[in-house]
Design a protein around this ligand. Structure first.
Ligand code: SAM
Length: 448
């Protein structure tokens, strides 16, 4: 099983193509190739990343065909009937029904959902999110790989183990060659179609150097590239990195509560962070944002606002992780968010997000719960992240202690993820930016 299957171009309308995966239509943006109906492509994050020859695509698709339909059946069989075990006239039933009809949830609705305590009600919430996930993205699951290129950081975020005042941490900065070779291996050997490059705010690495790395990486590898270097790149850096080929930005706002934000971030303001994310959206980046769950002083309404802020920012990936206290930070000894809290947030994200948005299982969630992937994927999540940072550096990217996959080889991570996807009936293919066939003209035309 590889991390993407090719799809057949059904129709082309300017930059937009409709791509069919055994008849399931996804919509993607094409900036790279001259495409006509009948061509085969790989798409990721709603972008065409590679054109493949029909001969190559047909071999892959024929080996996948049987498994594809088997997995779909398995996934469909896991979907529980609507509103099982809750009173049909309850407030919960009303909210879940509205969400499943893709109605926008209010702050009060989300606060109510995030405050649920009874097991049967939480099960109903997670079941509804899973049903909605299935109805909008079928069995698609996107798999990203992350390379953590430096643990140097100019900031002193109170919760983060790589903050610049942690003198106990050994620092590293991957060289350009190391980054490019990790990316090449991920793409050429392991078939990744989507990569995240992440670091602390490593201002000792000039923006020009980052731009050069992104340009070379994109030139040599057909991949959807997400950057996560922090605000130090500035607005002009965002533009230059986009021009070099980066297409996604991962920057969490961490919390939508300005008071909590300012207590935790002595070096930046919530306003600046949001302006940075909004600017990236204007440039054309696909936005991944989100926050930390269980921060000191945070309540359920704050979390509801976090989910809604993601929506307001036009986030295409709702990335929420539990706050895990790091012993070498000011928040050492505080409480870690629980599995149940994380499942409720995962489900709330799915119910509140627009259909095309992806809900990932974050590595921090995997760190606090062995079953995180399985349970989150059954509560609305449809994306996984594998850690591609070279093993000699991985433990040094110590944002919180004992991170999941800290010492696990890539082969082992791939085997695990593959088994999980197979057991849940999920297929590693692009989720697309919209799934409605009606929105795509079926008339054939080609890009200039
Ligand atoms: N500089 C990058 C950016 O643009 O945001 C990202 C680097 S930062 C280390 C990556 C993420 O780690 C943060 O967005 C934060 O949510 C998460 N993180 C840091 N400390 C954490 C902790 N103690 N528990 C859980 N997550 C944490």
């Amino acid at each position: 099983m590889c991390y993407a299957i090719p799809g057949r171009v059904e129709s082309v309308e300017g930059r937009h193509v409709a791509v069919s995966y055994y008849g399931q239509i996804k919509r993607a943006v094409n900036e790279l190739y001259s495409l006509s109906p009948g061509d085969y492509v790989y798409a990721q994050g709603g972008f065409v990343v590679q054109k493949v020859s029909p001969a190559e695509a047909e071999i892959i698709l024929s080996t996948w065909k049987e498994l594809f339909f088997e997995l779909q059946e398995l996934d469909s069989a896991s979907i529980r009937p609507s509103l099982m075990n809750i009173a049909p006239d309850s407030k919960l039933a009303e909210i879940l029904k509205a969400a499943e009809d893709v109605k926008t949830l209010s702050e009060d609705d989300l606060t109510f959902l995030l405050s649920l305590e009874k097991r049967s009600e939480i099960d109903a919430l997670c079941g509804a999110a899973n049903r909605l996930r299935h109805s909008i993205s079928q069995s698609s699951c996107c798999v990203h790989g992350i390379i953590e290129i430096s643990n140097n950081c100019r900031n002193s975020c109170r919760y983060c183990g790589i903050n610049n005042s942690n003198a106990r941490l050994s620092r590293y900065r991957m060289s350009e060659d190391e980054i490019l070779s990790a990316a090449r291996e991920a793409v050429a050997k392991f078939g990744f179609k989507s990569l995240v490059l992440q670091s602390g705010e490593d201002c000792a690495r000039p923006i020009d150097e980052l731009v050069g790395i992104v340009r070379r990486l994109q030139k040599d590898n057909p991949v959807f590239l997400i950057i996560s270097f922090g605000e130090y790149v500035g607005w002009s850096g965002l533009e230059a990195l986009y021009d070099a080929g980066a297409r996604g930005l991962l920057t969490r706002f961490e919390t939508s509560n300005p008071e909590i934000f300012s207590k935790l971030h002595p070096d930046s303001t919530l306003e600046e962070r949001l302006a940075f994310i909004r600017r990236a959206g204007e440039i054309g980046y696909l936005i991944t944002s989100g926050g930390l769950v269980g921060l000191p002083g945070q309540n359920k309404r704050d979390l509801a606002r976090d989910v809604l802020l993601c929506r307001e920012l036009g986030s295409q990936m709702y990335s929420f992780g539990p706050f895990i206290p790091h012993p070498d930070t000011a928040l050492a000894g505080r409480r870690t968010a629980s599995e149940i809290e994380m499942l409720k947030v995962t489900a709330a994200c799915r119910l509140a997000a627009p259909p095309e948005a992806v809900v990932p299982v974050t590595s921090a969630f995997e760190t606090i719960s062995r079953d995180a992937r399985k349970k989150a994927m059954q509560s609305g999540a449809n994306s996984l992240m594998l850690n591609l940072t070279p093993l000699k550096y991985r433990a040094m990217y110590s944002i919180y202690p004992s991170r999941a996959h800290e010492s696990e080889s890539l082969d082992a991570q791939i085997a695990d993820a593959t088994d999980l996807l197979k057991s849940l009936g999920r297929v590693p293919m692009d989720i697309g930016i919209r799934t409605q066939r009606a929105e795509i003209s079926t008339s054939a035309s080609t890009t200039p």
